[in-house]
Ligand binder design. Sequence first.
Ligand SMILES: Cc1cc2nc3c(=O)[nH]c(=O)nc-3n(C[C@H](O)[C@H](O)[C@H](O)COP(=O)(O)OP(=O)(O)OC[C@H]3O[C@@H](n4cnc5c(N)ncnc54)[C@H](O)[C@@H]3O)c2cc1C
Ligand code: SF4
Length: 805
Amino acid sequence: MGRDGTATEHTATEHVDVLVVGSGFGGSVAAERLAQAGLGVVVMERGRDYPPGSFARTPAQAARAFWAPETGSYGLFDVWSFRHFDSVVASGLGGGSLIYANVLLRKDEHWFVERQQLPGGGYESWPVTRADLDPHYDAVERVLNPTPYPLEHPGYDDVPKARAMRTAADRLGLEHFLPPLAVSFAPEPGARPGIGLPIVEPDHGNLHGATRRTCRLCGECNIGCNEGAKNSLDFTYLSAARGHGADLRTGHEVRTIRPSARGGYEVDYLRRDPAPDGPPADCVPVRTLHCDRLVLAAGTYGTSGLLLRSRRHLPGIGAALGTRFSGNGDILSFAVRTKDAHDARPSSVAPSRGPVITSTIRLPDDLDGQDHSGCVPPGRGGYLQDGGYPAFVGWLVEAAALPRDAGRAGRFLLRQLAAHAVGDPDATAASLTGLLDDGVLSDTSLPLLGMGRDTPDGVLVLRRGTLDAEWSTAGSAQHYARVRAALRAVSEALGGRYADSPHWLLKRVITVHPCGGAPMGRNQREGVCDAFGEVYGHPGLYVMDAAAMPGPVGTNPALTVAALADRACTRLLEKRASGEAASPDAPVPSDAPVRVLDTYTQHSSVQFTETMTGDCVMGASDPRAARRSPAREPLRARLTLTIDDIDEFLARPDHPARADGWIEARGLGGRRPVTDGEVHVFGRGRTPDHRELRYRLFLTDDTGTARTLIGVKDLAPAGLGRLWPATTTLPCVLLEGHLSANEDRTEGMADIVAAGTLRISPPAFLRQLTTFRTTGPRAAATLARFHGFFLDELRRIYGPARLLG
Ligand SMILES: Cc1cc2nc3c(=O)[nH]c(=O)nc-3n(C[C@H](O)[C@H](O)[C@H](O)COP(=O)(O)OP(=O)(O)OC[C@H]3O[C@@H](n4cnc5c(N)ncnc54)[C@H](O)[C@@H]3O)c2cc1C
Ligand code: SF4
């Protein structure tokens, strides 16, 4: 039994050549390439599979279509709401391809910058070029078979929004084209397009064993294609991977990873049971698998979260972990009530007709060396695309407009009353027609999507074990101003009114293209992994998904994610062929002793936030001397300390707590997030009667250079009068690099960048007392245990007779 009384499950330890975590654009490519080369591949995907016809369409189905394991819902849409932005990603066999808009574009050649200054400081750097990727773009395109929307083919020629986008671009002098879409418009490549025709399957068939039909223009691509017309990854790469022997496991969620003592990696995972009467999420047993090579392809949030959660097992993992996050410049707006240029009559754009995206307008980049159009100022490049939606959304649009169109609603009510009075049975149809205003609003209004090269200045961190993102649109203000100007120009060129998405009122965006978090870089300071996705210092561990992007792709990113994974697999297989083993092969016999981990029990946690102010001197090395220096500059910190498990905290002699938050100093380039932090609360001191409060905080300065802030309060036995100054004053030094616990204790190991002192003021201390929070069972007892521990330690140091009797 587990500690909480839940059952633990005994499973034989399993060994595989390669474990691929996640089945999106990176994971599917990796599974197919590696299985095809003869490696034993297991794919673990947390979501379920979605054959054609299984995507939610009714309100009851939609209610369970979200990924919310805490409520027992394991659906397709994983919605994140961070402090300054929102995001949607997918969960299912095929990852983002199940709900994406099918656009497969290559990243522009000049946008693979080698070292480009960013607007707010720091730089963007891609360790690969377009020439490196072109053969891999070719390879992926051969499988996903993207083709421009066949606008001139009978049957597919009546898609007004595609023509409207072309018209707008022509009027504005902007570059326009029909982007390649991974959708089957014809039964097989080269055949004549036609609506609703059975699609000819490749030799490996499809893993669902389902009949697919060509696109019928329903605009439902973002909620899953029930026709099977999208060339999504389940029909293509994953079906081929299975044909080569890959084992595709749905409902398998990987929780932590660690290097194994016998080489390779051990991976802990849960099996999610979608049955309504399956075990509750907090009682699911944890199983462990061993692999020689581990490919992380769980997407930006999945992979970054896994690495952050497993960080303590991955010594020396790059300081860049969590960094270079961006939303790929995504922004949504609307062209409302478009009109004909000649007679100013409403002009249909029919957003529900056609695939979700049909057209692209390209905004040049300063790097392209092209002339800029008058409607867009110079800047970093971007793309605009038409948006579409299912027909039922059109009804919602009309309904949502009614309260604002009081005249129309009032006329409807009056007509109904009059008809009732005179007993006119035909009046309802007529007044309903008036009520819907001929559906003009939804028929003449078009969602417009913008994206581009925003600033990759975001940081992903863990808070209370949950992933959080520190990123806002503020750092990319120039990008958003430019793209919105272009979107406005397009709306007006269509004779419509420009409208921001309501989110923008709060300067928020919803990104569907998150990038970064485990970026590739030329060295360990710059990236978590190299240009082939292999994690620095951890051979055989790969990042092959959008988390590896060192900046925004600028265009829709899926093709670049897939091409980079294809390139990484080529390198992995070359290394294997040259005999460079990822780890000594140590297959475990199937009757080996069972390895069982505890279930994930619900721990009791404590959390509080402290705010400290003080000063520091750049270049100084002694905090005491720095206090008198005329070169002092302000130093501030706000840290949230989290004790995830009060039992473990009390049991360990160093009493560790996690620290999240920020440090602010001019010499750091402003306020910088703490990407990983630990505080030892009353750990062992220099002698048995000393205690130590030791802070070790990782951050990067505004140039991306790694720094560690070490602060130590040495608490020596003394009278009560020393209690306040000793416990509220933190002498600290800022060191070069990210230093492990052993390194930061070694005198002279690291270069000191600055020294200073942080203090908690009496008002800040009072505020801190209001910030205590607990989670888990027995909240009051947990808090009492923490405070009891704290007071006991103070009594030990400052004397029982003098402190609280
Ligand atoms: C609505 C929408 C429209 C889009 N349209 C386009 C478009 O037209 N063109 C384009 O290029 N891009 C588009 N995108 C973006 C594109 O889908 C992503 O860039 C792409 O899917 C990223 O690929 P990936 O391999 O990094 O991750 P994903 O494709 O997101 O795959 C990650 C997979 O890992 C699984 N996973 C996560 N955590 C775990 C875990 N712990 N254990 C096991 N499995 C796990 C997830 O369930 C998921 O299936 C769109 C996205 C959305 C949401
Ligand atoms: S428009 Fe409809 S049929 Fe065509 S790909 Fe999209 S969801 Fe499938």
